[in-house]
Ligand binder design. Structure first.
Ligand code: CMP
Length: 143
């Protein structure tokens, strides 16, 4: 059973897309393990996006992700990382396949609605940045 970290970004929250996005993961059959509606501090944003430090989009990314509330989540399921990335679509909405979240609702790479972990290592790291172990629920029955 794999876990991943997903975060609906300030644009997704402001556009009222939390329910729409979450329902896609629920309908897929994935399980919600934790969720937190919160504002990301600059320090937290720097930790989360440390691999992008120095890239041209890094500073605008920090400014954007701290600009308003986000909806941070942990989901689980078999192959949840690959499955959620497939449902989310490519980083640039222009390249996202029709039917994906970014194709259906996003236009710009900087405002692409949702972040999803891209590897098991990053999932573990990102979950531990945003949640304590006690905040992750255990299901008796997994699907
Ligand atoms: P995210 O999955 O949150 O990871 C890093 C974010 O940086 C990415 O989504 C985009 O919102 C943003 N970004 C902006 N420009 C680029 C780029 N050229 N390559 C990757 N990510 C970018």
């Amino acid at each position: 059973m794999e876990r991943t970290f997903l975060m609906i970004k300030p644009d997704g929250v402001q556009r009222g897309l939390i329910g729409e996005i979450m329902s896609r993961f629920e309908r897929k059959g994935l399980q919600l393990v934790a969720a937190k509606f919160m504002t990301v501090s600059t320090e937290l944003a720097q930790k989360h996006y440390e691999e992008h430090e120095g890239k041209p989009f890094y500073e605008p990314l920090l400014a954007f992700i701290t600009s308003g509330p986000v909806f941070a989540m942990v989901w689980q399921g078999d192959n949840v990382i690959a499955l959620t990335r497939a449902l989310i679509g490519k980083t640039n909405a222009v390249d996202a396949l029709p039917g994906t979240i970014r194709s259906d609702f996003a236009v710009h790479t900087n405002y692409n609605l949702i972040h999803g972990s891209d590897s098991p290592e990053n999932a573990i790291r990102e979950i531990s940045i945003f949640f304590t172990p006690e905040q992750l629920v255990e299901y008796e029955q997994t699907m």
